[in-house]
Ligand binder design. Structure first.
Ligand code: 5AD
Ligand code: SF4
Length: 479
């Protein structure tokens, strides 16, 4: 962290990052202070996150900067500053944001000095920003995924300007290190290892809104993990759209498996997770590192998308049904207690009943511990959006229901295999349903509820799994 008291606001802002942002943190802080004196109370801020783990981590960075600027964080959306960190992976993600903006407008009418900001993937789409400019004039600040590091500077501009401030970059090769972050949990944290995606799966908007693949330097990543460990973090989740291709484009290339080996040596870190793996890049070396590791969690998320080799080709996934099955077989043989999870899309353009049956076949063969199932959503700008054989809604819905039933039946049966065992659990929070109970997570990412004292939150404990209730366990503490 940089010291704000050494920054002179009478001088122009420094050009270098991250110093420049610390300058603007101090400047924005003076505006917040003034306003708060005028109102006779502290100013509040709310960061609302849509979408994936990547966005969740970005939101922690936004919260960290807001804290430094002097806002008091709240969950209520009638705060003095509200920012939506948006997702655009499927159309309904966008619709939700428009709906909620209407509610925010109501709050702003009651509290005219309220500021509303939007950032994240949805803002990378030109049509979205045009629509906001036209019909949502009450929004104060809009920025995208590539310049989130500039948040303090943009917020200062929003304080100074009497208009909508918009700054969306098309792409970047820049990674700014060492900005403040506010972690949601003191004992676990996400760590970005790479940004963007180069795969261009034909249905997916991510490469367009998150840009090209950029890996962080291993030294920066390891330093961050070490600092987290020094601050009491026990579990890290390494984040990237395609972690298996981590490090390939660095000046000194390094494999993801190698990064894991180094991360594992960091004292204090007890658990390592990662997300997401692309089947086409999952190496034997990675499987071996996972099998040998005491710290890498027994969980692999391996998106299938479709079981039909024909469709996989049109999706540009670069693996066949047989290769995928072989890979999961290899993983299960090397790490028998691993939980395998996946993402599946139904209703991709041209999907026939035969294609769908092949997806069901893979689901039955792999026996996923859990699966996220999605109805295909047409995203403007992607290759698939231009395909003319879109599937009728009723057919998609019928396939979706059949898939969901299959997936749920299998995961229920898979979860049973751990009933009666003792498992190491990271205690995460008080149980939201039952007084005196805690909620924790197993290495394989399953959730367990058990009686215990809140002082155990953040600790690793042993829990006997008494009963499996479909998607979670009831257990009891053991020594
Ligand atoms: N429609 C439906 N699902 C999608 N996903 C990505 N793009 C789309 C889309 N256009 C799903 C994929 C991916 C997950 C994060 O979201 O299954 O793995
Ligand atoms: Fe999208 Fe494919 Fe990249 Fe995943 S790997 S983010 S599905 S383009």
């Amino acid at each position: 962290m940089y010291r704000l008291d050494t920054i002179d606001l009478n001088k122009p802002a420094p050009a270098d990052e991250p110093m420049r942002q610390y300058y603007f943190i101090k400047k924005a802080r003076s505006y917040v202070q003034k306003e708060s004196e005028k109102l006779g109370r502290p100013l509040t801020s709310a960061v609302i996150t849509f979408g994936c783990q990547m966005n969740a981590r970005d939101s922690e960075k936004l919260s960290g900067i807001l804290r430094e600027i002097g806002y008091v964080e709240t969950k209520n959306e009638d705060a003095d500053f509200v920012i939506y960190n948006t997702c655009t992976i499927r159309e309904n993600a966008n619709l939700r944001v428009y709906g909620r903006l209407g509610v925010l407008h109501g709050y702003k009418k009651k509290n005219p000095h309220m500021k509303i900001a939007l950032c994240g993937c949805m803002m990378q789409e030109t049509e979205v920003v045009e629509k906001l400019q036209k019909s949502y004039r009450f929004v104060d600040l809009i920025f995208g995924t590539h310049n989130i590091f500039k948040f303090a500077e943009l917020l200062t501009e929003a304080f100074e300007a009497d208009r909508m401030v918009i700054d969306v970059w098309k792409d970047t090769d820049k990674i700014v290190e060492e900005l403040p972050v506010e972690r949601k949990y003191p004992f676990k944290s996400g760590v970005n290892i790479m940004f963007g995606c180069n795969n261009f799966c034909s249905y997916c908007i991510v490469p367009y809104v998150r840009g090209r693949e950029r890996s962080r330097e291993p030294g920066d990543i390891l330093r961050e993990i070490k600092e987290l460990a020094d601050n009491g973090v026990k579990e890290v989740m390494l984040l990237g759209q395609n972690v298996n291709s981590y490090g390939k484009n660095l000046e000194n290339p390094i494999a993801f498996a190698e990064l894991l080996r180094m991360a594992e040596k960091i004292k204090g870190i007890e658990r390592i997770r990662f997300m997401t793996s692309h089947p086409k890049d999952l190496s034997d070396e990675l499987i071996q590192v996972m099998a040998e590791s005491q710290k890498i969690c027994r969980h692999l998320h391996l998106p299938l998308q479709s079981g039909s080799t024909r469709l996989l080709k049109i999706m540009n996934r670069k693996y066949t049904k047989e290769q995928y099955l072989e890979l999961t077989e290899k993983v299960r043989t090397a790490i028998p207690d691993i939980a395998l999870t996946t993402d599946i899309i139904v209703g991709f353009p041209g999907e026939t009943e035969e294609d769908f049956q092949e997806t069901l076949e893979v689901v039955r063969k792999v026996r996923y511990d859990s699966a996220f199932t999605f109805i295909y959503s047409k995203r403007t700008g992607t290759l698939a959006a231009g395909m003319d054989n879109q599937i009728p809604e009723n057919v998609v819905k019928d396939r979706f229901d059949r898939l969901l039933k299959e997936v749920q039946d299998i995961s229920r049966r898979m979860a049973e295999r751990f009933t009666g065992t003792d498992q190491q659990v990271l205690v995460e929070e008080p149980d939201s349903q039952m007084e005196g109970y805690l909620t924790g997570r197993l290495s394989n990412n399953h959730v367990v509820h058990f009686r215990g004292d809140v002082s155990l939150i953040g600790c690793l404990v042993n829990v006997h799994l008494d009963e499996c209730r479909g998607f979670y366990y009831m257990g009891r503490l053991v020594n």
